[in-house]
Design a protein around this ligand. Sequence first.
Ligand code: KG4
Ligand code: ZN
Length: 397
Amino acid sequence: MSRGLILGIESSCDETAAAVVERGARTLSSVVASQIATHARYGGVVPELASREHLRAIVPVVRAALERAGATFDDLDAIAVTSGPGLAGALLVGITYAKALAFARRLPLVAVNHLEGHIHAVLLQERESSAGSEASGDEPALALVVSGGHTHLYSAQPAAGAWHYRLIGRTLDDAAGEAYDKVAKLLGLGYPGGPWIDSLARFGNPRAVPFTFAQIKTKVHLGGKAPRTKAARTAPIAALDRHFLFSFSGIKTAVLRYVELHGMRKEAAARVNRVLADFHPPKTREAALALCSQPTLDLIASFQYAVVGDLLKKSFAAAESLGAKRILVTGGVAANSELRARFTAETARRGMRIGFPAPALSTDNAAMVAAAAWPKFLAQEFAPAALSADPALALGL
Ligand code: KG4
Ligand code: ZN
């Protein structure tokens, strides 16, 4: 009898990942080979290096995922792979490998949207923690996908075992994680910036620097042109409520200006050498802390307080407009401790419910891909033989 095992493969950015998940509900293995060490010295992902590293890692990572799951190719029911959005060359490594495997083993192939994968990381977590009992599984939700490449709000509606998404809001420029990475870089902290800022922010005064987010005026912002964004193709901005639009490029400039005005550049430059030579992310809180003056810690805390506050305000406004009683927060930035604490407190205050992925499933992984593939597998929604990478693949246009 079929065990309902799906091998998920993810290679959209800088993690090569494979996982085996049973019936979209139980993770038997989840292996992630991070390329952080490769990209850290450049302060961001270098696409050519990413593809090369995926090529190097994909076979051992898949093998390790099967081994840890105690499974062989013969036990699998399907292969699932991220087909977009992401870096074209990086996506192609996973897709080509998954197609070859599916063809050779005569297994169906399921294509998964990376953004839907992130949402399923929360659903998978809920199913695992409820261990078989009926969880809030199929209640409509507001989903915030917040990572290095995305800051998107979706209405997520379950229907007959599948999920339907509608885009409610998104960033007009940088993603929130991108702002974390850029601010960390200009402060001379390591890459990726999120974990550094997260661990240092608690030592600063979040009200020291009052960063604000201007009310977004869509017409002025866009001048009738398509928005400049690395994220997926999405609905026309005009169709979205401007209260649910984000813009994170301004705060990075504001932090830069603050650093220059307050003579904090030298300190940041001195940190770069220590950080690059030494470690990523902070090996110990004390070591990281010793690298920062109090004004820097205050700046870090204020930046995080402002970003989390903006995500919080718009997410809850969107949930309210949808009448959603449940919020799912996912993507790399969902690992952030202040974000988790403030979102959790706000949901409790409003009598709502919140779901986060387990921290290891917040950032890119393949368990979320295998989990998202399960309803598609049941519906026999298989990928065509001509499946290719779609770097701008949208979710819920
Ligand atoms: O989901 P992910 O692994 O990749 C994308 O799809 O982008 O997210 C990576 C992003 C990076 O920008 C990283 O700085 C951010 O997530 N991140 C965090 C934290 N951990 C990772 N941001 C804030 N706080 C964290 N603890
Ligand atoms: Zn991601």
